[in-house]
Write a protein that binds this ligand. Structure first.
Ligand code: FES
Ligand SMILES: [Fe+2]
Length: 423
């Protein structure tokens, strides 16, 4: 990939091409529980290179405003969250959740000149989402399947990943890596173990990919031998601009990710699990809270993984030699983040030498850049319409002669009235 294309993809701050594209979608900002109580402590958040402040006002509504006071630039993190607004601790200016200045104690008549930036928020799946784009273009709130379910059916976590969003998200699109770094993890993980899926995956290491362009993004079809008369297909979905849906294992929870830039050198890796038709069991919830499956354990009081670059991700060379962990690192999330962070804060894309298994990544990059350039020319971005987000991932045995693309169109395009296809 040349320098120009790389720059177009990796830069997401205000006014950048990709930043403008991403701002046309609802953006996950933080967990609802981080601003749990009305009038509770406000939280600093940085998203797409913007320094912002999230808070819950007296009526329980989430707000997302500029972190800094319009008077002389003090951080409102040190202000008071009271009576439906944040009051700056320095000279008492007060701002509501719409960024409107509602009080200038020393000069009330200048109030309307003191407004600050704000973004509208909604809550879905225990997360606060904001719309950071042009006001007239705000789409309906996200309708990914896991955003539409009762709280009991969903578990969401986030972790800090210390690299550009693109190289993190590409791990979610590049399903070929699963046969390597995650190879031994699947046997012992409660969200993967004891499934027929694993038998097929192990019996046939030579997965063959077919990629199909979709109105919402890409569908990746991975084919392995199934039984004598069938193939085992794993269907992964990538949705504009940063959602991935992982093919499920047996009766275990379905899963997915969202990859959201904090700035150009860091991103939030959101990890989601859900059952479409039933609550998570207590055991499942406990396992997920303890960092099993696609989640992780944290450094105390933070969203930074306990295994991070400062401790070599707790690499265990004995476990690597004994084939308990392929790279010597445990946990799907950190297995991925260790390798992706090792590329540097922004991977040198000019130096990479891509292989045939990178086809999906190449297509996704191209689609993102085309959408970003299209936006500059007035073309509306793909999949902003929430109804385009109803798609689901699957793992399914199909007769050898069957066309998986036609099957997916019929059974995965709109998940709401379909059974879960998983073995
Ligand atoms: S800097 Fe905020 S009120 Fe003066
Ligand atoms: Fe992975």
């Amino acid at each position: 990939m040349d320098k120009e294309m790389s720059e177009a993809l990796v830069r997401t701050g205000p006014g950048t091409r990709m930043g403008n594209l991403m701002r046309r979608y609802w953006v996950p900002i933080l967990l609802s529980r981080e601003i749990g109580e009305p009038d509770g402590p406000q939280v600093k958040v940085q998203i797409l290179g913007e320094k912002l402040l999230a808070f819950r006002d007296s009526e329980g509504r989430p707000g997302l405003i500029d972190e800094f006071c319009s008077h002389r630039g003090v951080s409102l993190y040190f202000g008071r969250n009271e009576e439906n607004g944040i009051r700056c601790a320095y000279h008492g200016l007060k701002f509501d959740r719409n960024g409107k200045c509602v009080d200038v104690p020393s000069a009330p008549h200048v109030c309307e000149r003191m407004n600050i930036k704000s973004y509208p928020c909604v809550e879905r799946a225990g997360m606060v989402w904001a719309y950071m784009g042009p006001p007239g273009k705000m789409p309906a709130p996200p309708e990914l399947e896991w955003c539409t379910l009762p709280e009991s059916h969903v578990f969401v976590s986030k972790r800090l990943q210390e690299c550009n969003y693109l190289q993190a998200m590409e791990g979610g699109i590049d399903t070929a890596h699963v046969s390597y770094v995650h190879k031994y993890e699947v046997d012992n993980d409660p969200m993967h173990m004891n499934t027929r899926a694993l038998d097929y995956i192990k019996a046939d290491g030579n997965v063959i990919f077919t990629i199909e362009k979709q109105p919402f993004g890409l569908s990746m079809f991975g084919r392995r031998n199934g039984d004598a008369d069938s193939f085992y297909w794993r269907v992964t979905q990538w949705l504009f601009p940063w959602f991935t849906l992982i093919p499920p294992f047996g009766e275990h929870v379905l899963g997915g990710h969202v990859w959201v830039p904090i700035d150009d050198h860091n991103c939030w890796a959101w990890s989601v699990n859900f059952h479409p038709d039933k609550p998570l069991s207590e055991q499942e919830r406990r396992d997920l809270e303890q960092g099993r499956g696609i989640h992780c354990e944290y450094e105390p009081g933070s969203f930074r993984p306990k295994a991070n670059k400062d401790n070599d991700y707790l690499i265990d060379r004995v476990a690597q030699r004994e084939k308990r962990a392929y790279s010597g690192i445990f946990g799907f999330a950190v297995q991925d983040s260790s390798l992706q962070e090792s590329m540097g804060p922004i991977q040198n894309h000019e130096a990479e030498r891509l292989l045939p298994t990178d086809k999906a990544i190449v297509m996704a990059r191209r689609m993102l850049v085309e959408a970003a350039i299209g936006l500059e020319q007035g073309v509306e971005p793909p999949a902003v319409n929430a109804s385009a987000q109803h798609v689901r991932a699957a793992g399914v045995l199909l007769e050898r002669g069957a066309d998986p693309l036609a099957w997916a169109r019929e059974h995965l395009a709109d998940a709401s009235d379909q059974p879960v296809y998983s073995i």
